[in-house]
Write a protein that binds this ligand. Structure first.
Ligand code: HEM
Length: 405
């Protein structure tokens, strides 16, 4: 029994990062309590050290807009509460502040332009419709491994122009990078897998460096001014960001969609009857799932915030999973509502200078999945329990057993 299992327990005793709550969903009522009673909350002791929690939508946005005061830098501990012991934080632009961050981000912006999305969309549609056509009917399968993982892995392989026959390595690597269990119990094995990923990507780097620039993400990086001279640790840090950022987040939203449609079939019916609603259903699925539960910042100078004092060096955790269910912004926030008018106000992609670079691509994949499901009137029925990972950084869905009708 943990100290804060009881609803009447003292606010000070609450540790919002406790992993088991992310597996059983009890994180949501806890976050609601914090939003109401302690929207800027201090946890003095946790597995990840002491930290502040920011749980209201407006407060998260305010912090995101002050990168000088709330740093993302890997040199100060980076953007995740989870920091494997003895492992350096990854050198990558998501974990950099101005002036280092901007030019690196800019080098990759063209890869996510509207024209690029148009170029990629035919490929995404073909893959998605083939996959849906091949799913078994009237037979149990796992929506996570057979739909979410396959679609996002193929997308990532396309984006990197990654050797097609080896693409199964991509989700294997991300699982090794993010799995809390492996971080804690198999640190050596994890390092070996990361070494394997490093060697593979360095080989691709050498190949692409010696051939003319191509539209794939790897080639763009290598031939760009700001990223062309990366040393090996930064190159690998950026690859890890892109592989995890591009894979797990979109994957978990696809899994969330299957869960939401099963839980609220009337929302699925609404959408299938009027596919114009896909425009709100996509951001709504992202809001409801909140694939990145949080991002962390380090305070650079003593700062007053909503009557509390943050000291230089303090950890501040912005809980997107909570801001996205803030009743001050979203009515009936725990429910998936396909035609929610303000779904786009979610902060699942962050806000400010680090706002997700891949947002357009994630939305495109989800839009096409919904369009293709709607055109086939696919009915996904859950036939077993949803399994979620106990993970306070990524809201990983491990399994959703389903049948199609
Ligand atoms: C639903 C899917 C996704 C969600 C919820 C998501 C969420 C986020 C969040 C919360 C941030 C950081 C914001 C911050 O620190 O303030 C971020 C940054 C980033 N994301 Fe995503 N992401 C998604 C999909 C993708 C995809 C598909 C890619 C690429 C293939 C991608 C690449 C990145 C990159 C490169 C950054 C760093 C941007 C920067 O620091 O300037 N993400 N994402």
């Amino acid at each position: 029994m943990h100290m804060d299992d009881d609803v009447i327990s003292a606010l000070e005793a609450i540790d919002p990062s406790r992993a088991d709550r992310f597996a059983d969903g009890s994180i949501h009522p806890l976050m609601k309590r914090l939003r109401q009673e302690a929207p800027v909350h201090y946890c003095a002791s946790s597995e990840h050290g002491p930290f502040w929690s920011i749980t209201r939508h407006a407060d998260i946005r305010e912090i995101e807009l002050q990168p000088e005061r709330f740093s993302s830098s890997y040199q100060r501990g980076g953007v995740s509460l989870i920091q494997p012991p003895g492992v350096e934080s990854l050198v990558t632009f998501i974990q950099m502040d101005p002036p280092d961050h901007g030019p690196r981000r800019q080098a990759l912006v063209p890869a996510f332009s509207a024209q690029e999305m148009t170029r990629l969309s035919e490929n995404i549609r073909n893959r998605t419709s083939d996959l849906l056509d091949q799913l078994p009917r009237g037979k149990t399968f796992d929506w996570v491994s057979d739909v979410s993982v396959r679609l996002t892995t193929d997308m990532l392989a396309t984006l990197f122009d990654f050797p097609w026959e080896d693409r199964h390595l991509l989700p294997e690597w991300t699982d090794w990078i993010v799995s809390l269990e492996r971080i804690q119990k198999e640190p050596q094995g994890r390092m070996e897998k990361m070494g394997e990923m490093a060697a593979y990507f360095l080989r691709l780097w050498q190949e692409r460096a010696s051939t003319p620039e191509a539209p794939d993400l790897l080639s763009r990086m290598i031939h760009s001014g700001a990223l062309g001279h990366m040393d090996a640790p930064e190159f690998l840090g950026n690859m890890a960001t892109l592989v995890v950022g591009g894979n797990d987040t979109t994957r978990n939203t696809m899994s969330g969609l299957a869960i939401a449609f099963d839980q609220w079939p009337e929302e699925r019916e609404k959408l299938y009857a009027d596919t114009g609603l896909i425009i709100t259903a996509v951001p709504e699925a992202i809001r409801w799932q909140s694939p990145a539960a949080h991002m962390r910042r380090t305070v650079t100078e003593d700062t007053e915030f909503r009557g509390k004092t943050f000291k230089a060096g303090d950890s501040v955790v912005m809980w997107y999973i909570s801001g996205n269910r803030d009743e001050a912004v979203f009515e009936n926030p725990d429910r998936f509502i396909a035609d929610r008018k303000n779904a786009r106000d979610h902060i699942a992609f962050g806000y400010g200078i680090h706002r997700c670079l891949g947002a357009r691509l994630a939305e495109l994949q989800l839009r096409i999945l919904l369009e293709e499901m709607a055109s086939r009137k696919v009915i996904v029925r859950r036939v077993g329990p949803v399994v979620r990972e106990a993970h306070p950084f990524l809201t990983n869905v491990l399994s959703v057993p389903v049948e199609l009708h």
